[in-house]
Design a protein around this ligand. Structure first.
Ligand code: PEP
Ligand code: MG
Length: 294
């Protein structure tokens, strides 16, 4: 239903397909056939000519699955979640990757891993991918052998070391929801500190800038799939920083497209550069408001 809504809203692809819906609120993990069916239904709704970026399982932390035994943690948001959890449960991870690669045959499939902190984690994930590709080929299965693999940039260490990641990933997708909470050390579910985790804080903007520059230096593309991408207030900054892909919820797409068309990239560069130099999110928001008022 979400894929249909995205297409009706004018989406030119899918920038973030969250796969958790298949794994939560059940007693056992979905098997390979169930996953192939679910992904195939979504992919056929989007069509073979549009890029489809799928995120592998991002559970753990505040979203535990009853069938996975994980220790209780004092800081679940800093614990075994995202790719860390997938690497801990290789069978679960391989089943999902095989399902995606099978369902993705004939589609412009791109797979990304959530909550990546180090290049080693990405390389470990890639070796699991290699195993899956070999197994699919050996079994004579129909699968996507041209899939791109990338990371979500949600952890400051991944943003800071983007140059090293750019050597091995096909693309980056910046997850500003988590990147803001980790950069400002302000948990996203806490109403007490919500005022701190503003993705327009120059600290977050500088990380976004750094990732885009590192990626482009190696010819890699960068998307942004946090809520910030769909916020028209941020559009001139993101355009000016050189963002290649905006991933937003279906209902924000029409206004987002209209806003993008109202800005020239050239004029946006000055706006983004000025924003990077401001002291806090409040100043950035006031600056953007002053431009709108002109
Ligand atoms: C993000 O962290 O920005 C993101 C898109 O992932 P989620 O909101 O699902 O954590
Ligand atoms: Mg996230």
């Amino acid at each position: 239903a979400d894929a249909q809504e995205a297409m009706r809203s004018g989406a030119e692809g899918v920038g973030l397909l969250r796969t958790e819906f298949l794994f939560l609120d059940r007693a056992t993990a979905p098997d390979e056939e169930e996953q192939v069916q679910a992904y195939s239904g979504i992919f056929s709704t989007i069509g073979s000519s549009k890029p489809i970026v799928v995120r592998t399982l991002d559970i753990g932390g505040d979203k535990p699955a009853s069938y996975l035994t994980v220790p209780r943690e004092n800081n679940p948001f800093l614990g075994l979640r995202g790719l860390r959890l997938s690497l801990r449960f290789p069978d679960l991870f391989e089943t999902q990757l095989r399902s995606l690669l099978r369902a993705g045959a004939g589609y412009d499939l791109r797979i990304m891993f959530p909550m990546v902190s180090t290049v080693e984690e990405f390389l470990q994930a890639q070796s699991v991918v290699e195993r899956c590709l070999q197994a699919l080929a050996a079994a004579g299965q129909n699968y996507n052998d041209r899939c791109q693999f990338g990371i979500m940039v949600e952890v400051p260490s991944a943003a800071v070391t983007a140059r090293a990641f750019a050597e091995c990933v096909d693309f980056f997708s910046i997850g500003t929801n988590d990147l803001s909470q980790y950069t400002l050390a302000a948990e996203r579910t806490s109403a007490e500190v919500a005022y701190l985790a503003d993705p327009l804080h120059p600290a977050v903007l500088q990380l976004i800038d750094h990732v885009i520059q590192a990626a482009h230096a190696k010819g890699k593309w960068v998307g942004l799939c946090g809520e910030l991408a769909g916020d028209p207030v941020a559009t001139p900054i993101l355009l000016g920083l050189g963002l290649d892909e905006f991933s937003a919820s279906p209902r924000s797409i029409p206004v987002l497209k209209q806003t993008i068309r109202q800005h020239s990239v050239h004029a946006s560069v000055a706006i983004s550069q000025r924003s990077l130099e401001l002291a806090n999110a409040k100043e950035v928001r006031a600056y953007l408001q002053s431009i709108t008022d002109q």
